[in-house]
Design a protein around this ligand. Sequence first.
Ligand code: PXL
Length: 279
Amino acid sequence: MGEHNHQKKIASINDISGFGRCSITVSMPIVSYMKIQMCPVPTAIFSNHTAYPNYYCDDYTDRLPEYIDNWRKLDLNFQGIMSGYLGSEKQIEIVKDFIRNFATPETIVVVDPVMGDNGKTYIKFSQDHCERMKTLAESADILTPNITEACILTGKKYKEEGWSAKELKEMAMILNDLGPDKVVITGIRQGSYIANYVSVRGVEPKVFRTQKINRSYSGTGDIFASIIAADAVNGVDFYKSVRKASVFIKRCIKKSIEMDIPKEDGVCFEELLHTLKIN
Ligand code: PXL
């Protein structure tokens, strides 16, 4: 083990959004709080995320190969690799190369296939982009799509409510068959509950529900994926981790409503970070 590899590390390939609490701006403090060194690979620098009426984006695609090559020269290795918002198909290929170059058999790869929410793809994402995302999902050990992204990846038609156990099982099986042993489909509306559907290869799927709060905030998927990735690297049981992440997010949403924070600004997780259990 090289001299730079004495502490657990996660490489996070994601954008930096200066405002709007998403991507690296949330995953960095969370992963660090969970006692893991977080090493960002910035895919782009945004003034704020794209759900605001205006934003500035400085795409970093062309600079990534050299950035990453320097890590290779330093002989860095990672217990976890996670990917989030990727601005282009070229970036998806760069992440696949990164995994090929840096993942050891022990490395846990978490892919959050960020493409959309509430039945719609985010601005900037084409059909081809979504198709290419499937090829990245193949490299994942853990996949964390929301229900919109799960529909995109499996070719199912999105609906807001009324997912049957059979439909969810079929969708999760397709996702497991792409490659990841562990899949969690988040944000499934079920009456007054929000469900997360957890499918581990070879095990009967489980559903975790939390009471629905009638407001959705940007960036909660990034918080979810960060807790899942840090827990996986820390050896925490996957089901326990899913429950922990969902309860934490629910509490962050409650607090954000109390503090009257606009939904685009993301949740005020800073207020509650100290309550997050590390194991
Ligand atoms: O949280 C997802 C996300 C990440 N990064 C950027 C985004 C979004 C969602 O809109 O725009 C730049």
